[in-house]
Design a protein around this ligand. Structure first.
Ligand SMILES: [Zn+2]
Length: 213
């Protein structure tokens, strides 16, 4: 099964030093490509470096609304209203079961943000994440092969019980896949193939790294 993470932030200072391990674990989970989104001019060079070092990384140089000055932010909201509306359309999929056209469906993690609210046994955690409860933190640190929890008997059973600061791991795209497939009532394999092809198509613009293969 091939997966394409259409949106993550591996350049984020909270996880950049761990990127090699995160990428390896995500690749072992089936992720073939990652779109790494820069959020301001200050991190574009990190995004560029990652893309040069990893064939799997597609660089995306953007401006996150949080990084804009208030004046520019207002302009951004006004001029991109239709665009934002479309994003909202997709983001509320889980709440309203809107019918998103099948050729628009992408999968993303937004790692290190947006930890899926799944059972912790099905999640991957970032090694060294100090926001984790001590037992989980110790278990992840002592595991040399994986950052997932294979035999958990913790009191914490659900990610909603964890701190809001808990870092999301890019391998958690498997949880996104499970959730979206159940929402759309299609198999995980169908969704993986569909979203992979959609993302390849979206990022196959002139000059794209994807077309250089
Ligand atoms: Zn993001």
């Amino acid at each position: 099964m091939k997966l394409f993470d259409a949106h993550c932030h591996l350049q984020d200072p909270r996880i950049l030093s761990k990127a090699p391990n995160l990428i390896k674990t995500a690749q072992d989970s089936g992720v073939v490509h990652f779109v790494v989104n820069g959020v301001s001019e200050q991190d574009w060079h990190l995004v560029k470096d990652l893309a040069q070092n990893y064939p799997s990384i597609i660089p995306s140089f953007g401006l996150h609304p949080w990084s804009l000055s208030p004046f520019i932010l207002i302009q951004f909201i006004i001029y991109s209203f239709n665009f934002v509306k479309k994003l909202t359309y997709l983001k509320v999929l889980g709440l309203m079961k809107l019918q998103v056209p099948s050729d628009r469906i992408l999968l993303e993690t937004d790692a290190p943000d947006a930890l899926p609210m799944s059972n912790i046994d099905s999640l991957f955690f970032v090694e060294g994440d100090t926001s984790l409860p001590k037992e989980l933190h110790d278990q992840i640190t002592s595991s040399s092969t994986s950052t997932s929890l294979s035999n958990s008997s913790q009191v914490v059973i659900d990610a909603s019980m964890l701190s809001k600061e808990t870092l999301n791991h890019p391998a958690n795209i498997r949880s996104v896949l499970d959730y979206v497939a159940s929402m759309l009532e299609i198999t995980k394999e169908e969704l993986a193939e569909l979203s992979y092809q959609n993302t390849v198509r979206l990022f196959s613009y002139e000059g794209s790294k994807l077309l250089q293969k």
